[in-house]
Design a protein around this ligand. Structure first.
Ligand code: 7TS
Length: 415
């Protein structure tokens, strides 16, 4: 087993895993850091930090350009990273993996290029009430350009997609269904396989926003049966500024380029430019080489632990946290879908979520407060904002206990 890789013990050794993340040793305001803002971004294991440093110390060069040794090494590392992403998503072909800045850019890429060529006046794009702004606004832009219409599938009070109502929105005009795999504000795990099946029956393509899924449950794009899958590296223990779009080769092939520039061309004249083959057609300019290499080491890290085991650990912790928070008077959880992922979002009577967040911070407990880039969802829930603790593989019952204790203190302050 390579240095820095996680324990291979069958039991989920969270103490061992915590030692892989140097930042978890930090103190904040004199208190041990309790990091519960993983939906915003995850912390990085030493293996990823070291991989980034090694890339810059030993391998840095531009790719696909040089004949020299460093450029060949950097190109090999970048190509290997693409293969790692392919394996991680169980995609069929590394040509279907496009490196992007993150989920946001991946969705914008599809909305702009697939949208430009396939959406027309009167067509419809279906999203859900629980989407992040990055899976709403790009589709609004595409709809505005095409004269198409955005339709919104409703959710239940518990935060589950109403599949019956979703189905009723589908019709021959539906071109795209865009849905998150896991909701960042509710924790709901959407039945993406069933959603894809029903959308395909109506001839629509299906984009799944996997930003909140990849660090928390096994993802298999072929088993899901979707057409596009997007995720961000920084939410799966990798660097910021890098992510991936998976798309079916035949769809990507038929799409126009997103940006023009170096590397995305086969030949250029002032009269006519021929575009490169997949995936380079969508990777104009020098990519985030270090980011891709760091992302690959993050994916190797989680794969070595096993996403099934991570999911089991987080489910156990989520039910522990649900019980702990439910005991706090005046606290209401927002998002109670069965089988939900490790998002504990809530409101407390008479205390603004931002005040909760500030008081918790003084106790070393990092959570997020706000609309979580889901303003339409907040409207549906009838709240301006929520407080949100979001779990990851390194969180413990002690972290949840610290959260609950700090919330009791916050209530005392406002009593
Ligand atoms: N989709 C979902 C479901 C997300 O949770 C996020 C980020 C994005 C897309 C955008 O990802 P990005 O990496 O391109 O920014 N969500 C959050 C969050 O919940 N708190 O901060 C960012």
């Amino acid at each position: 087993m390579p240095a820095g890789s996680p324990s291979s013990a069958q039991t989920f050794d969270v103490a061992r895993i915590r030692r892989d993340f140097p930042i978890l040793q930090r103190r904040v305001h004199g208190r041990p850091l309790v990091y519960l803002d993983n939906a915003a971004t995850t912390q990085k294991p030493a293996a990823v930090v070291d991989r980034l440093a090694r890339y810059y110390r030993e391998e840095n060069a531009n790719i696909h350009r040089g004949v020299h040794a460093l450029s060949v090494e950097a190109t090999d590392a970048y190509d290997a990273a693409r293969e790692t992403v392919r394996r991680f998503l169980n995609a069929g072909d590394a040509r279907e993996i496009v490196f992007v800045r993150g989920t946001t850019e991946a969705i914008n890429l599809v909305a702009a290029t697939w949208g430009r060529t396939h959406l027309g006046a009167g067509d419809e794009v279906v999203v859900t009430e629980m989407e992040h702004h990055s899976n709403i606004v790009p589709w609004q832009l595409a709809c505005q350009a095409a004269g198409a219409r955005l339709r919104v599938a409703p959710i239940t009070d518990a935060g589950e997609l109403r599949l019956d109502a979703f189905e009723q929105l589908l019709c021959p005009r539906t071109r795209v269904v865009a849905v998150n795999h896991v909701s960042n504000a509710l924790g709901t795990v959407n039945p993406v396989k069933e959603i894809a099946r029903r959308a395909h029956a109506h001839g629509a393509v299906v984009l799944v926003d996997g930003a909140q899924a990849v660090a928390h449950l096994p993802v298999d794009v072929r088993a899901i049966g979707c057409d596009f899958y997007a995720f961000s590296g920084h939410k799966v223990f990798g660097p910021t500024g890098v992510g991936a779009l998976w798309g079916r080769a035949e769809l990507l092939d038929a799409m126009p380029p997103y940006q023009g520039g170096g590397d995305m061309i086969r030949s250029v004249t002032f009269e006519r430019t021929l575009y490169n083959e997949l995936p380079y057609k969508f990777e104009a300019g020098t990519p985030n080489i270090a980011g891709a290499v760091g992302l690959a080491s993050a994916l190797d890290y989680v794969a070595a632990i096993g996403l099934d085991r991570i999911a089991a650990h987080e489910h156990e912790l989520t039910s522990y946290g649900t019980d702990a928070l439910s005991c706090i008077g005046g606290l209401r959880l927002t998002g109670t879908a069965p089988g939900k992922a490790g998002i504990l979002a809530f409101v407390i009577d008479d205390i603004h979520p931002h005040d909760i967040g500030t008081i918790l911070d003084r106790a070393g407990v990092a959570i997020r407060a706000g609309h979580h880039c889901c303003q339409p969802l907040m409207g549906r829930l009838g709240v301006p904002a929520t407080a949100r603790a979001s779990l990851a593989l390194y969180n413990t019952r002690e972290d949840v206990d610290a959260l609950a204790a700090a919330l009791r203190d916050a209530k005392a302050v406002f009593a």
